[in-house]
Design a protein around this ligand. Sequence first.
Ligand code: GCU
Length: 359
Amino acid sequence: MKRTKMYTTIAVATVAAMSLAACGGSGGSASGSEGETGAAADGAVDVSDAETLWKLAFNQTDQHPQYLAAEQLGEDLYEATDGRYAIEVYPNEELGTQSDVVQNLSDGSVEMMFIGAPVLESFNEDFIVFNLPYMFATEEAQAAVLGDEAVVGELYSSLEDSKNISVLAGVSGGVRSVYNSKHPIVEPEDLDGLKIRVQQSDSQVAMIEAMGAVASPMGQGEVYSALQTGALDGAENNETVFEALKHNEVSSYYSYTRHLMVPDYLLINSDILGGMSDEDREAFLELVPGAVESVNEGMKEYAQSSRTAAESAGAEFNDDVNVDAFRELVAPVVEGAINNDVREALFEAVQAANEANAG
Ligand code: GCU
């Protein structure tokens, strides 16, 4: 069977079009919010009687902008397809770590998920480019690249034949910095020898080791107890993971290295997408840009409120960091990774977006 390359292309193109239309908000329903079926008492749509209910795996809490956007997407899908399809979101790694769930998504036992971009490097190493340190100058530059079909179309459909996985969209995963239980990080030597958790990929290991730390790749769900027992000295992530997953309780020094802006991708099993009627699939893909918009807006606000909450719980945020020194240390990792034509083209596109969307 010919796979769904064209479907993701449509999704990405729609992202760009919808961004221009500044749809805003939380993925407004294609058919209005007053669905005839399934209205729950609290105003949310009860989608549990959908003919087909997709499972969407998520590794963080039900307060996270990605969770909220996915819930809304499920409700909007239910309405847009007259109850033929909906999405049930499983938060908190209930369905497993991202690297386990992506296998289930590939075989179709889980239909959708959000995944941290580095995990996809093991399927196609060209995904590495957007996961490299100090790659994007601003979140706007990142959003511009991730939503530009001409840039990302081939990458997003590159796993369809080999893994049966379609990338529907790339969204903000926040801006990442280092935190640890010992002391604020100002200079690279402050990081020397600290055992720091990173996402599960070679690029993340190479990056943190170049910054001077000892890398410990693991799934998100294991991090809290590893910090608590001292198996880890710290981790690197956005303010939201730091606070919402309570890492601040056991690792209270957050230092703004701002070394990464790694995307998350919204994935779907390609056969599931290809198996929809043209009409239902089109209705679904039209809803994706609203979800992207909602995540990207929500992430900025959530980072702020997470910082405030962590501070009042006693965490210390340090913005006096020698970022230039860290940037210099990781430069060889970036140069080494941009080593073929595909990656060079992606890298050039990022540079152009950085210029057009400077801070
Ligand atoms: C971010 C990202 C997740 C990722 C997590 C991690 O929160 O949004 O997709 O899994 O970081 O570091 O594991």
